[in-house]
Write a protein that binds this ligand. Structure first.
Ligand SMILES: Cc1cc2nc3c(=O)[nH]c(=O)nc-3n(C[C@H](O)[C@H](O)[C@H](O)COP(=O)(O)O)c2cc1C
Length: 295
């Protein structure tokens, strides 16, 4: 979280000089401790790179670094010494509009209109590599402070998938034909204050959607399977599947290959004009009442 606070502070047009001093100090202290405890080296490298860029960006001008930064440099050098190259793992990087537009260009929005919930799968299994590849793409989903709380538990067709599906109420007639059943979870330990009590549902839901589209991009069919259950059913799943208590289940996802032809539900959509609404302030409403509404 703190690494990301530094990164995002450096990504704005005009970072406030020496913004977030207490965060930078805390990040360096925690990185030092975490490293001593045998923590994930890339997490340490990412923090080190962010702090290094923070100092470099602030000292590129004529002004001398404040005393606290001079002291911090010594500790930073100690941490960085054992980490090797950190640069590409943290801080910011420059991208061009052209590169984004080129890579993101779709000829039409048919990519979205051709995704359907698939309830009729081919026998040919989806490979582990394909699942990893879809997950890697879905990893680019934004998450609060880049916390990436999500996990994907994979249950292959057969006994494992059937056991998990037995706890879910929307897979009758097709769940058992899916190549794998994925259980998407979030790690509640990544959410730290009461205001974040629902954040897991947001981050987990967004990740799940990315995963659905990643499979779609690979030509693999999916069907979301709700986990709208009471505590007893949640416990029932946990008594079968090795899902740690600190993970909340967001939903399941049936994945499998598409047959040559297959039926899909039409699933009529509401017209978008119905959902796109000009945002109004209460103040506008009062004015509108007095003088006539404008768009
Ligand atoms: C969170 C979530 C849970 C869902 N659960 C189920 C389910 O349990 N069984 C099922 O057959 N479809 C399930 N669906 C699929 C919806 O029925 C489907 O997305 C919707 O009707 C729109 O159709 P489409 O996905 O084909 O566009 C779920 C969808 C979402 C987003």
């Amino acid at each position: 979280m703190d690494t990301h606070r530094i990164e995002k502070g450096l990504a704005v047009p005009k970072p406030r000089p020496w913004f977030g001093r207490s965060i930078v100090n805390r990040l360096l202290a925690n990185t030092t401790t975490y490293l001593t405890l045998g923590g994930d080296l890339n997490v340490c490298r990412s923090a080190t790179a962010a702090i290094t860029e923070y100092i470099e960006r602030h000292t590129s001008g004529p002004d001398a670094a404040p005393l606290w930064v001079q002291r911090m440099r010594v500790d930073l050098a100690t941490v960085a010494g054992g980490l090797g190259s950190c640069d590409s793992l943290g801080g910011t990087r420059i991208i061009s509009r052209e590169s984004v537009l080129k890579a993101a260009k779709l000829d039409s929005l048919d990519f979205f209109f051709t995704r359907h919930s698939i309830r009729h799968f081919d026998d040919d299994p989806v490979t582990w590599e394909e699942i990893e590849s879809a997950v890697e793409a879905a990893q680019s989903t934004p998450s609060v402070c880049n916390r990436q709380s999500w996990s994907v538990h994979v249950y292959p067709r057969g006994d494992a998938a059937d056991a998990v599906l037995a706890t879910q109420n929307g897979n009758a007639g097709f769940g058992h034909t899916a190549s794998q059943i994925l259980v998407i979870t979030v790690d509640l330990r990544t959410f730290v204050y009461v205001g974040e009590r629902n954040q897991g549902w947001i981050d987990g839901g967004m990740f799940a959607m990315s995963l659905v589209y990643a499979f779609h991009a690979l030509g693999i069919g999916t069907c979301c399977l709700n986990w709208s259950v009471d505590r007893q059913t949640d416990q029932q799943l946990r008594s079968i599947a090795a899902i740690p208590d600190h993970e909340s289940v967001i939903m399941m996802l049936a994945v499998g290959r598409l047959p040559e032809t297959l039926p899909v539900a039409r699933s009529l959509r509401r017209p978008s004009a119905e959902l796109v609404k000009p945002g109004h302030l209460w103040a506008d409403t009062t004015q509108a009442r007095a003088g006539g509404a404008t768009r």
